[in-house]
Design a protein around this ligand. Structure first.
Ligand SMILES: Nc1ncnc2c1ncn2[C@@H]1O[C@H](COP(=O)(O)OP(=O)(O)OP(=O)(O)O)[C@@H](O)[C@H]1O
Ligand SMILES: [Mg+2]
Length: 448
């Protein structure tokens, strides 16, 4: 509900405006003079102020200057009975949003209040755009061949349109940010930008004021009132990355915020309220942190309404080939190189590797390979990764499992991927072969 403060010295006008604007769906309060208006303004967060110009005590223009000194001030509409061009000009110069004369038309006034409210939101947003906290829309390419990722994608389609908080877990480089983006993209809130805050990049002091904002004078360097990103994300989506790094004191405040949408700016008394959908992510094991007293258990449960745990790449090898080809296409286009594919040995190597850096590492490896490659297909010589090294080392002393895997692969290839023939040669039944293929992540393309 849009909160409006009417400031007018005439009691009948205040009464009429309160009644009529309430009927139009606004939440209206009124003050008879500048002094009480300033007091009310300190304790409440109004969206719009309707201001009379000629009043005893502090006049409208001086009051407006006082209010406007706070950059987080409400939008001001001047409403006066003694309209002259000069006062209109003075009012606009001092930052009034619009100017109306009494007697006003109620419908027109309602429209202007709504516009003023929208304007207020936009000006907060533009402050933020300058800070580059707003996420640019990425072209979404979410590759999911493996069962695990397909299940995640199905879940995303289901939960994206709801307002439930989502908690994303996964090792570094598994695609947490991409998933947060995907959820936002398919949500009803995608008309507003996804606002992101990385909890690991700011000091403990800064992060609270970044998140909830601060009042002017809250600390020595707080020269101006600052909006927190929760205000900027109002009606939209907030992505808190690396949530494990959030200081304990702030965890309590975040919990309260998640429960009620309410918060206070640093150094402020007013309770503010917004409507934000929360997506949080971490690459750490929060259960461990909870045991160690570093993370609040109640916050964990509040965030974890919907959990998305992305398995590491080594546990979903079916994705490796598709992702590699996806990145190959991306970088050969970007670098204008006519590279069409990867050699089968390359794919085999990529399948072998454990990918501690997950998809991000794979992407880097393919990008470098595209840069180095001089032919139509990426070859093993283009892979400047520990894969080659570790494989050479390994091939001197392969483990029993690797011997088994390689032998199965060889027999399968000798039999053109025919599983019954291969199982006969191997002396095992088809079901055992199937289980082994699954265990070693040997997919269709590798078998021929
Ligand atoms: N399933 C996927 N399909 C396409 N690209 C992916 C996929 N998963 C990850 N990527 C790409 O891999 C890179 C790393 O992903 P992202 O930044 O989302 O990982 P992260 O889990 O947030 O990593 P970190 O823990 O280091 O913050 C990005 O370029 C992303 O686009
Ligand atoms: Mg990330």
């Amino acid at each position: 509900m849009i909160k409006v403060l009417v400031v007018d010295d005439e009691e009948p006008i205040r009464r009429l405006l309160k009644k009529e604007l309430a009927r139009k769906g606004f939440d209206v309060e009124a003050a008879p003079d500048g002094k009480s208006a300033l007091n009310l303004q300190k304790e409440n967060s109004y969206d719009v102020i309707l201001l009379d110009i000629v009043m005893p005590g502090i006049d409208g223009i001086s009051l407006m200057k006082k209010i406007k000194a706070d950059p987080a001030s409400p939008v001001i509409i001047v409403l006066t009975g003694r309209a002259t061009i000069e006062t209109a000009v003075v009012a606009m110069k001092n930052g009034a949003f619009d100017y109306l004369t009494k007697p006003y038309k109620l419908d027109e006034l309602a429209i202007i209040i709504n516009r003023a409210y929208e304007y207020g939101k936009i000006s907060i947003k533009s402050q933020l755009l300058q800070q580059e906290l707003v996420r640019k829309e990425l072209p979404l390419e979410f590759i999911c061949k493996s069962r695990q990722l397909q299940d995640i994608f199905t879940l995303i389609e289901k939960i994206a349109p709801t307002d439930s908080p989502v908690f994303i877990q996964g090792e570094s480089g598994t695609g947490k940010e991409l998933i947060a983006n995907t959820i936002w993209h398919y949500s009803k809130r995608s008309t507003l930008p996804l606002i992101a805050l990385n909890c690991a990049t700011l000091s403990e002091n800064l992060i609270e004021s970044e998140m909830f904002g601060h009042e002017k004078g809250a600390f020595t360097s707080a020269y101006q009132t600052k909006h927190g990103i929760v205000e900027v994300a109002d009606k939209g989506t907030l992505f808190l990355d690396e949530i494990s790094e959030l200081p304990l004191g702030l965890q309590a405040k975040l919990l309260r915020f998640l429960d009620s949408g309410e918060f206070r700016r640093v150094g402020g008394n007013k309770i503010l309220k917004v409507d934000v959908r929360m997506i949080a992510a971490t690459n750490r094991d929060l259960k461990d942190l909870i045991k160690g007293g570093k993370f609040r258990e109640d916050l964990y449960y509040r965030l974890n309404v919907i959990n998305i745990t992305i398995p590491p790449l080594r546990e979903r090898k079916e994705d490796i080939a598709v992702l590699s080809r996806h990145f190959l296409k991306k970088y050969s286009q970007k670098l204008s190189k006519p590279i069409t594919d990867l050699n089968p040995e390359v794919l085999e190597l990529l399948n072998e590797y454990q990918w501690p850096g997950n998809v991000r590492e794979l992407e880097n490896v393919i990008e470098r390979a595209v840069i180095l490659c001089d032919s139509e297909k990426i070859g093993t010589e283009d892979l400047s990764i520990p894969v080659v090294f570790s494989l050479k080392e390994k091939s001197l002393h392969p483990s029993l499992e690797e011997m088994e895997k390689n032998y199965i692969l060889r027999v399968l290839r000798e039999n053109n991927g025919n599983q019954s023939k291969a199982s006969q040669v191997l002396g095992i039944d088809r079901k055992t072969l199937y289980l082994k293929l699954k265990k070693y992540g040997i997919d269709e393309s590798a078998r021929r």
